[in-house]
Design a protein around this ligand. Structure first.
Ligand code: UDP
Length: 379
């Protein structure tokens, strides 16, 4: 493609949304993507058992943002899906987030009301006015007993760090409930795209002004592209700057080893996601994809997740040490004109899917749509 107006690195949520927005203004957009597929970590496909599976772990869409919900519905039908997670603890199966059933099952209590649950929590929690890290955040909410059983070792397996070595925000992603609500999220909109995420992304990108170049590492071809108006970079921020601030201390990321197995039976487990918060196994959770959308097949695909240091970066690791290193890159990034850093890896932030959509939409609005009412009318 000649005459590129907008160059985007990465075909995940952020890159795809920005491509669609700029293409709708008549701009010529080129996305350069290292992998052999679009949709970033949301990529899904039908596997050999005829089941829609996600290559990089389950992705559950949930949002309270009207603008995001409105935007995503333009490109796919969505069916309601309220995600639930159970955890195997002490040979028992309990809901997570912690609710009345969790406490009754694990500790032989007989709580039946919100008031009783509230007083159980009050009696057990260790208050911290402003939790300084993940351990204090959990102790503040549910106390020592549940911390040990459900959070301490899961977190160590997930991050190779104990909760005390992580920002409070990581553990505060999971609420605690004083009722029987066993939904993982409480957002107003919780849904999955009919036909999957790859189809959704394909439709967002379906504009003649957009070209996607797969299997191409931007850093191998960057000298071939110039003269564009803007560059949106969605890869790891340290990679963009040649890891220059990482000589002594590397910015950390976590990756996941997905180990997939087929079972010749209808179901392997009773729920889409079963967490294993204890030390007795190395994996964090088992996903059985067939449950999502109640798919039918004579077999079932089951994926164990082992979190690891090396490999594709999926998660930034939020703690003060990494924030300090990131801040150095951020300072460099802010000096660049016409280059924008967008998304989880480029901002080194643990965004949920809807936040990634929102940030991309907001960035576009702030750059191109001065009048926000006008912007609302456009999307
Ligand atoms: N977590 C935990 N036990 C669990 C589930 C989660 O200790 O059974 C902690 C863990 O530190 C995890 C964090 O809560 O990284 C956030 O969990 P979430 O499910 O949001 O992680 P994600 O689905 O993004 O991997």
């Amino acid at each position: 493609m000649k005459n590129i107006d907008i160059l985007i690195i990465g075909a995940g949520i952020s890159g795809t949304v920005l491509a669609e927005r700029y293409a709708s203004l008549g701009k010529k957009v080129l996305i350069i993507e290292k992998r052999d597929h679009i949709a970033g970590n949301c990529y899904d496909y039908i596997d050999e058992n005829g089941i829609l599976v996600s290559k990089y772990g389950a992705h559950l869409f949930h949002t309270n943002e009207e603008s995001v919900w409105h935007y995503v519905q333009k490109f796919s039908e969505w069916y309601p899906w309220e995600h639930k997670v159970v955890a195997r603890v002490d040979d028992k199966t309990v809901p997570i987030p912690v609710n009345i059933t969790t406490v009754n099952t694990l500790f032989g209590e007989n709580i039946t009301s919100e008031e009783d649950m509230q007083s159980w929590l009050e009696n057990n929690r260790k208050p911290f006015e402003k939790p300084a890290n993940g351990e204090e955040a959990v102790l503040n909410r549910v106390g020592e007993k549940l911390y040990e059983k459900m959070f301490k070792h899961y977190t160590k397996k997930q991050w190779d760090k104990f909760p005390a070595e992580l920002d409070a925000s990581v553990l505060e992603r999971i609420p605690v409930r004083n009722n029987y609500d066993d939904r993982y999220f409480s957002d107003k909109y919780q849904a999955l795209p009919k036909g999957g995420y790859t189809q959704l992304f394909d439709r967002i990108l379906a504009n003649n002004n957009i070209e996607v170049l797969l299997n191409t590492d931007y850093f191998d071809v960057m000298n071939e592209y110039s003269g564009f108006e803007k560059l949106f970079y969605t890869g790891p921020v340290d990679r963009f700057f040649g890891f220059k601030h990482s000589m002594d201390e590397k910015l950390e990321y976590r990756s996941i080893n997905f180990v997939s197995e087929t079972f010749e039976q209808e179901y392997f487990q009773e729920n889409s996601v079963v967490n294993y918060p204890g030390m007795e196994v190395d994996f964090t959770r088992i996903i059985e994809y067939k449950h999502f959308g109640n798919q039918k097949s004579e077999k079932t695909t089951v994926v164990k997740e082992f979190t690891v240091d090396e490999g594709e970066p999926y998660y930034p690791v939020p703690n003060p040490r990494n924030q300090k290193i990131y801040d150095k890159y951020k300072e460099e990034a802010d000096k660049l004109t016409h280059v924008y850093f967008v998304g989880r890896l480029a901002n080194y932030k643990y965004f949920n899917m809807d936040q990634a959509f929102k940030n991309a939409l907001d960035l576009f609005a702030s750059l191109e749509e001065k009048d926000s009412e006008n912007y609302k009318a456009v999307i």
